[in-house]
Each structure stands twice: as structure tokens, then as C-alpha cells.
Design a protein around this ligand. Sequence first.
Ligand code: AHR
Length: 330
Amino acid sequence: MKKSPSPLLLPLLAAALMLVGCGQKSEAPASGSAAAPADKKKLTVGLVQTGAEGAWRTANSNSMRDEAAKRGITLKLSDGQSKQENQLAAVRSFIAQGVDAIVIAPIVETGWDPVLTDAKKAKIPVVIMDRMVKVADQSLYVAFVGSDFAAEGRMAADWLAKNAGGRTKIVELQGEPGSSAANDRQTAFAAALKDHPEFKIIDSQTGNFRQAEGKQVMESLLKKHGKEIQIVYSHNDDMALGAIQAIEEAGFKPGKDILIVSVDAIEAALKAIVAGKMNVSVECNPLFGPKIYDTVEKILKGESVPKSSANKDQVFDATNAAAALPTRKY
Ligand code: AHR
């Protein structure tokens, strides 16, 4: 019969087993062997999102989730629900939890210095995603990855300059006030139109990047300006799609009576272009989860990363929207 060890020997046996375990762990796995991933420390990333304003944001969050799952990264996602105070609290909570890195999509540009200082003191690297921050000390974040919103505003203006066909009077639907996406798209668009003084922005109001608000704002703009409106410049597709509904309900033809110029190039916008209801959408690609985690992983390995890295975006109009639709993933 097998004799069980004396209870007095049990702690010694346990210690011996632990030593064996440690010995195995310290052995470097053969390169490319199946043992390599198990030895890799599993990263935890805290993602501070803006909210659920529309299709773009959903696609962006999904890209971050899917890529984290592929890489075996634990992603903790906090939804800011369109309030900066929620985002600030989420950053503080991630610092307290000791995550490996924090990724922030800031709703607005300002007000970040104190929490970013806390993250820096806690030695947790911060990557700014999608929208930019304005901080006094640039070392408070390690890198920015996102689209060049100013370039998007310029591309929208350039398209108009070539394709407006004599229409000149513009109403602008702005995105979330204080966001770099709205600020840069507005400023760059207006600046680019200075070279084309025939164009006039006759009104500019916010629809907060949301379809329902875009519709409401367009309804009131139509009541105020009526037939004077010849062009809508919308800071995103969700608002543009809302504006299209309002224009149709008012008895006008979007895309013909009123040109619709927008940003994002989501699938619904490409369909609207194919249907002749939208004229152009400047892409702002949200599917950059892989690029974000490449950046985070490099930072955590001590490798250098660019301070700012812009996604490549293109313009979609009647010449190329139909061809792009079958492979559009957002
Ligand atoms: O910050 C990017 C903008 O935010 C997208 O253009 C918009 O659709 C989203 O809500």
C-alpha cells in the first residue's frame, strides 16, 4: 500500500515543487516554440472611449475589442457617455487598477493635464487615440494615433471647389463642440475656402455627431434659410444622414437641390452616394485597433514610436463609392 507523506514534510515538498516550477519557468523557450506565448506577460489595456454617438464609434470600439482578443490582451473598456468627467474618472480608475497602458479617445481637447500627470507619475504610458488633446507638457502622453482631421476638412473643401457646379451657399453641421474632430474640420475647411471666395458659410450649428440631432438642426436651418441653402457640410456621416431625412421631408432632393458633403465614409454614406443622395464623404477610418496595439506593445517593450501617426484616408464620391461598397467593413 502506498504510504502518504508525513504532514510535517508537506511544506518542504511544496517548497521543492515550487522550485521545480521556477526552474522550468526561467528556461528560455525555443524560438517559435509553442511554449513562447505562455511565457509572455498578458497585457491589460484600459480604453477610455467617448460614448456611443454613432456608427463610426461602434466600429472603432469593435476594432479595439477584436484586435485585443486576437493578441490575448485584456481590454478594459470604459464608455465616457459623452461626458469628459466620466472619462477623467475612468483614467483615475485605470491608474488605481495598475493597468499596463491607457488609451484615451478624448471627447474634448482641453482639461487633461491633471489626470495625464497622475498617469505619468504612476509610470503608465498613455496613447491618445482618434481625437487630440491640448496639453501644456507634450510628455504627458507618449503617442497620438488617429486621422488628420484638418486634412479631412481641406479634402472636403477641395472637392467642393471642383464639383459644386455654381452652388456657393453652405450650412455647416458641426460635431461635438470642443472636440479636435469638430475644431479641425471646421477651421481647415473654412481656411481652404479662403482660396475660393465665391463660397459662403451662411450658418453653422452643432449636431453633436449624432444622426437625430443632425436631423433636428437641419430642420431648423431649413426653416430659417429655406431655398437659400445650396450645400451642407457635415462633420460626420451620421449627422449628414439625419440632414438628408430633414431635406427630403422638407420636399427637397438631397444630392441634387442641396449638395451633401460629409466625413467618415461609413457604409451607409457610401450607399447614400450610390443612391445619389449624398455627394461626397471624406474617409475617417475607425478600424485602427491593430495600429494602436502595435504602438502600445512597442512602448511597453521600450521601443521608440512616432509622437504622432496619421491614418491614411481617401475621398469617396460617385466615381468610386459603388466599387468600395462590397468590401466596406464599417
Ligand atoms: O472623432 C472622430 C469622429 O467621432 C467621427 O468622425 C465621428 O463620426 C465620431 O463620432
